[in-house]
Design a protein around this ligand. Structure first.
Ligand SMILES: O=C(O)CCC(=O)C(=O)O
Length: 332
């Protein structure tokens, strides 16, 4: 009951605009403009986060309360305001998550946050987006480009994938609500904290993104599932075989070399054959990419893959990355 009250309060503050720097900074024009708080990255991801000597305290890089205290399988209810410009679209829909509203009231989207893993902290956001929002994003394809593929030797890390970067009042309002729930106060108010534009991804059949870490300075990833197609695999989530976490990518990859999707780690996705978490259109997953132990190092247990798309249907997902530039670049 206490947890619910805290979440409801956080969302209410977001809604009324009375939150601190996160909310205010995100209201500014996007793309490479910095205000007193969050720095908004340009679409091309050429991050130019300000250099200061003040580091955010590393032990604040994980989930804040009440999320921090959730055990695996526990969930809490939350809500976010829907963009007023979407109100007309939503007035007639039958989505139970969507609280109906009478004229003049702000609409809200109810959703549930469930803890999926402790290390790294992974949370399932059930019904964070409405069907209409998902549909709108999947139609926003004016300038999709072939996604950057990093190659090492012969290996192509991302295949059959197109990308676009979006920033508008709606993407910022969504990020503001989620930032208020998932970031600590210290991170939200730190001068080197920031947000990248929403990255929209369309994978064709067979499209995939091999095991990777999201890299610096992305401290928190929120991955939205826009049509319920495809799977994401976290092979080392809550891996208990070793006393120590992997120290680098090589060690992390080595540990999951013989792992099987659906059996080892955590798989989220629409295909029940592989997945332990049956995500649907409008769900999202939130996970933390740095250790919360004072070291400022990556948590290599956050390693994850977008598994090859099995169906003939495209897989649509989107990423919001929350940043903090006070940590050094590490090997990826
Ligand atoms: O497509 C997925 O399921 C994962 C996407 C991902 O890992 C990424 O874009 O960094």
């Amino acid at each position: 009951m206490q947890l619910v009250a805290v979440v409801v309060l956080a969302c209410f503050l977001t809604w009324t605009g009375s939150v601190g720097l996160l909310g205010r900074a995100l209201d500014t024009t996007p793309c490479a403009r910095r205000t007193s708080g969050l720095f908004l990255a340009a679409k091309d991801r050429q991050l130019d986060l300000p250099r200061t000597s003040s580091r955010v305290a590393p032990d604040t890089l994980g989930p804040p309360e009440p999320l921090r205290s959730l055990s695996i399988g526990d969930s809490i209810r939350a809500f976010r305001p829907l963009n007023p410009t979407n109100n007309n679209n939503n007035n007639n829909n039958n989505n139970n998550n969507n609280n109906g509203s009478t004229r003049g009231e702000i609409q809200r989207q109810d959703f549930e946050i469930e803890r999926l893993a402790l290390d790294p902290p992974i949370f399932w956001l059930r019904g964070i987006l409405t069907p209409e929002e998902c549909q709108t994003l999947c139609r926003t394809t004016p300038d999709m480009k072939t996604a950057e593929t990093v190659t090492k030797g012969d290996a192509t890390s991302r295949k059959h994938c197109q990308v676009a970067w979006l920033s508008n009042a709606w993407t910022q309002s969504l990020a503001r609500s989620l930032g208020n729930l998932f970031l600590s106060k210290q991170v939200k108010t730190h001068p080197q904290s920031g947000l990248e534009d929403l990255q929209l991804l369309k994978y064709g059949p067979g499209g995939e993104f091999v095991l990777h870490h999201d890299g610096a300075p992305r401290i928190l990833t929120i991955l939205y599932y826009l049509n319920g197609v495809g799977e994401t695999w976290f092979p080392l989530a809550d891996d208990t075989r070793y006393a120590e976490r992997p120290r680098n990518k090589e060690e992390a990859l080595d540990r999951c070399r013989d792992f099987t999707v659906g059996k080892d780690g955590l798989t989220l996705g629409g295909n029940k054959q592989y997945s332990n978490v049956p995500i649907n259109r409008g769900d999202a997953v939130a996970f933390y990419n740095y250790l919360d132990n004072g070291s400022g190092d990556f948590n290599w247990n956050s390693l994850h893959a977008g598994l090859p798309v099995q169906s003939d249907t495209n897989k649509w997902v989107a990423n919001h990355w929350f940043l903090n530039g006070s940590f050094r670049q590490q090997e990826q």
